[in-house]
Design a protein around this ligand. Structure first.
Ligand code: 3Y8
Ligand code: NAP
Length: 248
């Protein structure tokens, strides 16, 4: 009896959930519990951590999960690592729905860096107006550069005081090119810090930076363990269907 676990929390995961629900395949959708009101899904949904690798392995056993699909975000490295370990331990087939990174075009002005600390170091010394489009969890290192005027964008309003003075836009995306252009012009943004998330949901700011000729400090993705991965929902459905036919 097939029962898939979708590790979700992205636009792609929502598209996959819709396809699985349409196909009538039994599945459960899992959010990490990061936002106050995550989008509804057409599948039974759970919210919150599993309790590390052990917790995820227990969940797989307890809930008779037969297939795990990691459709989380490329920067959600911990849950992805846990999924590889828990599926190896329980002998559960695992596949990742993983979007390709954005490619730098010759007209893009990117400074590619390995992590947030390198992004801080890549900012200019002289005061600048900087748009930090990297969410809420990893902004603290920018407190070491208080000379800049920061615009942040969060999914939910900040609950705690910010580690530095900043203007916060509360918006969950996906975002449009026109809105990104309007925001950047209105705020006189001169620098953008982004993660190479890939996909369409966050791409508009990259296109807006290109149109305005603005530099983007682009944070590369974290290293993830080897696992089978597919870039399309159709590919995942094929993988799932094939395994269901094989009874594997
Ligand atoms: C909780 C689910 C949909 C899904 C929307 C995608 C697109 C918009 C782009 C910017 C960049 C950022 C952030 C972002 C994007 C989509 C997609 C994507 C980036 C939701 C969602 C959850 C989260 C968690 C949240 C993080 C934060 C990151 C904001 C739902 C809306 C910056 C990533 O406050 C917090 O704790 C937020 C945390 C992880 C990164 C961070 O470290 O702050 N996403 N985002 C999922 C869960 O609980 O399991 O609430 O419905 C999903 C989406 N976020 O419905 O179309 O990529 O699929 N999300 C980044 O790219 O750097 C915004 O502002 O330009
Ligand atoms: P993370 O750092 O990789 O994971 C931290 C811990 O959160 C995990 O160890 C796990 O806790 C729990 N967790 C994360 N995702 C989960 C899920 N889908 N279901 C159940 N538990 C989950 O994750 P993150 O970067 O904070 O991302 C959290 C969620 O936001 C994910 O669903 C991700 O797809 C979504 N998201 C993240 C980003 C981003 O930039 N990181 C962007 C868009 C969407 P336990 O160890 O207790 O199991």
């Amino acid at each position: 009896m097939t029962r898939a676990l979708i590790l979700g929390g992205t636009a792609d995961a929502s598209l996959l959930a819709a396809a699985i629900a349409r196909a009538g395949i039994a599945a459960v959708y899992s959010y990490g519990g990061r936002t106050r009101a995550p989008a509804d899904q057409p599948l039974p949904t759970r919210i919150g951590g599993f309790g590390g690798v052990v917790g995820l392995a227990d969940y797989i056993h307890r809930e008779a999960i037969t297939h795990v699909i990691d459709a989380t975000h490329p920067f959600a490295a911990e849950i992805s690592r846990n999924a590889v370990a828990a599926c190896a331990e329980t002998g559960t087939p695992l596949i990742a729905l993983e979007r390709a990174p954005w490619d730098k075009s010759p007209v893009d002005n990117w400074i590619e860096v390995a992590d947030v600390n390198a992004a801080v170091a890549a900012l200019p010394e002289s005061p600048a107006r900087v748009f930090l489009a990297i969410g809420r969890q990893h902004i603290a290192p920018f407190a070491t550069r208080p000379q800049h005027t920061y615009t942040l964008r969060f999914v939910d309003p900040p609950e705690a005081p910010l580690p530095f003075a900043a203007d916060v836009i509360v918006s969950r995306g996906p975002f449009t090119l026109d809105r990104e252009l309007e925001m950047m012009r209105a705020r006189g943004i001169a620098w953008i810090v982004a993660r190479n998330s890939g996909g369409d949901g966050a791409r508009a700011k990259i296109d807006a930076a290109r149109a305005l000729g603005l530099p983007v400090i682009m944070i590369s993705r974290p290293e993830l363990p080897e696992r089978q991965r597919i870039e399309s929902v159709a590919g995942i459905m094929q993988w799932l269907g094939h395994r269901i036919c094989l009874g594997a």
